[in-house]
Write a protein that binds this ligand. Sequence first.
Ligand code: NDP
Ligand code: MG
Length: 399
Amino acid sequence: MYQVTKRRIAILGSTGSIGTQALEVIDAQRECFDVNVLTAATNADLLIEQAKRYMPQVVVIAKDSLYAYVKKQLDAWPIQVLAGCAAMEEVVLRDDVDMVLTAVVGFSGLKPTIAAISAGKDIALANKETLVVAGELIMRLARKHGTRILPVDSEHSAIFQCLSGEKGNPIEKIILTASGGPFRGKDPLFLSSVTKREALKHPNWSMGDKITIDSASLMNKGLEVIEAKWLFDLDADQIDVVVHPQSVVHSLVQFEDGSIKAQLGLPDMKIPIQYALSYPERLKSDFRRFDFKGFPSLGFEEPDKASFRNLDLAYRAMNLGGNIPCALNAANEIVVAAFLKDQIGFLEMSDVIEEVMAKAAFVEQPKLEDYLSTDQWAREWATKLVTKNKILHQTEKNG
Ligand code: NDP
Ligand code: MG
């Protein structure tokens, strides 16, 4: 049994799906964790409620205009209130923070993660977009500062767990499992008219809107392929994807002797969240247990890359390297937001991403500034393409 001293946690994105589940984990393990920082973008009321319950040293509300409201509500409490995106980069540097859980969504995680790594804090990484955008830079900084990056994403946690005790044994390949999402087995004709309501109904996981759409379009798996490349130092041909609709086998590692190890469990993000927070200890939990009797058969099938083009686009971006995955990520954030506003069809999301990737000016060895400018350029270009698309739709409807 390990002797853990209390770990002091900063949760970036505490009001989201991962953030709230992390607080549930911490609730059940109060003797192991203190929450010293909580942050949200706009959900001020939930942030205030969390602050009163967990008594962090500081909270950050990213949207500046909500500062006065949060400050007033927490006036009688010994909790510092900060506002703005830059404040997320400040709070991770605090001496009373040992570990930062990055549970914000999208590119917004990049700068605070870089700040936390540079300050030598352990990272429990949920925000996969950070590694997609700047994996080379992030891993280089982590090595330089001796920072541990502990995966929260269930597939990467599975691989991380399979690698335990395997130091010195090279990975032959990894196999990432994918549920296939709500549209598994559907053809492009069907996909051309799916709505956001249908896309938001994930069969196995309850998650934030952005990752739920990414799961429906297989972009989530594409992002995870790139995430795995950086976390486990792999080449493209060492990363396979298999569709496994039950989401019980969370991923697998094949070693050079042909042996395969897998990690299993019910689809419950609290397990990988807790493992990252308590690593290397496994804390006793009352999470629901897997029972084979409830799963008489587990299925595995090839992903349908012809209908769901995002997976290949992500492999292409990864193979091209440099700033191209950053362009892919930015374009994807724009098209997902547009799809959620009914401004673009499901299949058109891939068209826009492909065009943005094709037009991006290639930077082979990007620095932070290159990632920032690529992100901005790709967002603008993708927005233009979405707008063109909207006009086209309108003309078709009217004609
Ligand atoms: P949610 O949308 O549920 O939550 C996002 C959190 O980040 C919220 O607290 C939100 O605040 C905050 N936030 C959003 N935008 C910004 C911004 N620009 N600046 C600062 N804070 C911001 O997302 P999820 O919890 O689903 O996902 C979080 C990350 O974890 C993603 O990268 C996702 O890919 C990854 N992940 C999620 C899984 C899941 O099961 N949900 C599984 C594996 C990985 P507010 O509430 O105020 O808007
Ligand atoms: Mg995942």
